[in-house]
Design a protein around this ligand. Structure first.
Ligand code: IMP
Ligand code: MG
Length: 196
């Protein structure tokens, strides 16, 4: 009985078009990618990764904090044995412009030598963070090292970085939600929106 009630409540809340539901208004945030659109793309990325790494196991390196929600959803869309590692970095301070300085706030807990490693990033903006992290992780001698980014803002790219798996290319807007923040706020929005 409890289970039935719970699932009905969940369905009802998904069907609520506005308010505190998926695309409900949050002051100063204009919805750009709905949670359904994101979920579909994450499924496609997971399927592509599953195909490409068939017969192997993967180490997903989730770049904190921005990629934690993307990594959690992507991991469940990959039908292979995976290990999850977290790498904490800070590149922005409190503002919305890149300082170009990448600070490691938390290193990997386990070696990645000889592993197939996929770096999971929320957004590639100037490219400085991913370029720096690729250099760092290469010194740990993974078997392969590739990048999966949910978003890419090519307008601001300074350092070209290879993105093997990309969710969406977006215009030069500052976006929040689905893990992305502005001064630590908005990470829990289930969709991605443009911050005014
Ligand atoms: P990059 O080093 O300039 O490529 O910046 C990458 C990091 O900056 C990302 O991992 C994000 O944490 C942050 N970032 C870049 N653009 C945005 C944005 O539009 N919204 C939120 N965070 C962003
Ligand atoms: Mg950030």
């Amino acid at each position: 009985m409890t289970l039935v009630d719970y699932s009905l409540a969940t369905m009802a809340s998904h069907e609520t078009p506005a308010g505190d539901g998926d695309n409900g208004p949050v002051s100063g945030v204009t919805p750009l990618l709905s949670s359904d659109v994101i979920a579909e793309r994450v499924r496609e990325l997971g399927a592509a990764i599953t195909r490409d790494y068939e017969g192997r196991s993967l180490v997903l390196v989730s770049i904190l904090k921005g990629s934690f929600i993307f990594a959690a959803d992507l991991a469940r869309a990959i039908a292979l044995p995976v290990r999850i590692e977290f790498l904490g970095v800070r590149s922005y301070g409190q503002g919305t412009t890149s300082s170009g300085v990448v600070q490691i706030t938390q290193d990997l807990n386990n070696p990645i030598e000889g592993e197939d490693v996929l770096l999971i990033e929320d957004i590639v903006d100037t490219g400085l963070t991913v370029a720096h992290l690729l250099d760092l992780l290469r010194t740990r001698l993974p078997r392969t090292l590739k990048v999966c980014a949910l978003l890419h803002k090519p307008a601001r790219l300074c350092t070209p970085v290879p993105i093997e798996y990309l969710g969406f290319t977006i215009e030069d807007h500052f976006v929040v939600g689905y893990g992305l923040d502005r001064a630590e706020a908005y990470r829990n929005l289930p969709y991605i929106g443009i911050l005014e």
